[in-house]
Design a protein around this ligand. Structure first.
Ligand SMILES: NC(=O)c1ccc[n+]([C@@H]2O[C@H](COP(=O)([O-])OP(=O)(O)OC[C@H]3O[C@@H](n4cnc5c(N)ncnc54)[C@H](O)[C@@H]3O)[C@@H](O)[C@H]2O)c1
Length: 253
């Protein structure tokens, strides 16, 4: 059987660990050529090595997604290395401060918006420009259930992730006739370094986290990667403008 994303030039931001790493590996397994982009050089090279060890093709491009020039370079490198760009996974993100609005630090608010929202906007801006020159493509951005329901002390994060879903719809509408699809995923709780760090710093939250989703426990990064794979592949050829929640039933309550 043909692989799901054979020969598709794919950029994954935040590819050094967690959901991005799992997605980069999954796309490579299904035949994609992958640009792993991240601020974490060591982790990014680790993902590239894992892909190459499994017989796949990947390069690392050090990128801060909140910097326009670096996002442009990331996209250009994909076109140069792999002859175009077919899929972009705008996934890099940070959780930012964990405080109520009164206590929330203003610089922390700016940073979470810069990385999580502006970073996605820059990816759409330069990714779509390159895809238009290359016959179209599919962009998936990482939102969160925290962008659909308010989580106390996560105002900056929640606003950034709600914004991701909205600009995904903007992009979908603006380029619907030009072969560009734009979708988002909204994970619930996924067992990644981001969530493990929160549970380590706040041990009292672990049990609450593990009981949060009706299906119980935490999602594994690969379960999110498989949903991204669907949206990035031609299986989702008529799907655009959506935020696909991958949250064990949480939003059905
Ligand atoms: N883990 C969860 O439960 C969960 C739930 C919902 C949404 N998300 C979202 O999924 C995405 C991935 O999260 P994760 O859990 O894998 O996190 P993670 O912290 O394990 O990995 C995030 C990666 O992004 C990179 N990164 C951070 N800032 C960057 C920047 N400015 N430019 C480039 N790379 C940068 C980090 O170096 C890291 O490799 C994030 O957008 C996060 O908000 C995660």
């Amino acid at each position: 059987m043909r692989n799901l994303v054979d020969g598709k030039a794919t950029v994954v931001t935040g590819g050094a660990q967690g959901i991005g790493e799992a997605t980069a590996l999954r796309f490579a397994e299904e035949g994609a050529d992958v640009v792993v982009a991240d601020v974490d050089e060591e982790g990014g090279h680790g993902t590239v090595d894992a892909i190459e060890d499994a017989g796949g093709s990947a390069v690392f491009v050090e990128t801060d997604v909140s910097e326009a020039a670096e996002v442009q370079t990331m996209i250009t490198r994909c076109v140069e290395e792999f002859g175009g760009i077919d899929v972009l996974f705008n996934n890099a993100g940070i959780d930012g401060p964990l405080e109520n609005i009164v206590e929330y630090d203003e610089d922390g608010f700016d940073r979470v918006i810069d990385v999580n929202l502006k970073g996605v906007w820059l990816g759409l801006k330069y990714g779509i420009e390159a895809m238009l020159a290359d016959g179209g493509g599919s962009i998936i951005s990482t939102s969160s259930i925290g962008g659909q329901v308010a989580v106390p002390e996560y105002s900056g994060y929640g606003a950034s992730k709600a914004g991701v879903s909205l600009i995904t719809k903007s992009a979908a509408l603006e380029f619907a006739t030009e072969g560009i699809r734009a979708n988002a995923i909204a994970p619930g709780l996924v067992e990644t370094p981001m969530v493990n760090d929160i549970m380590e710093e706040n041990p009292e939250m672990e049990e609450q986290f593990r009981n949060m989703e009706p299906m119980g426990g935490l999602a594994q990064p690969k379960e999110i990667a498989n949903s991204v794979l669907f949206l990035g592949s031609d299986l989702a050829s008529r799907v655009t403008g959506h935020t696909l929640a991958v949250e064990g039933g949480y939003l059905s309550q």
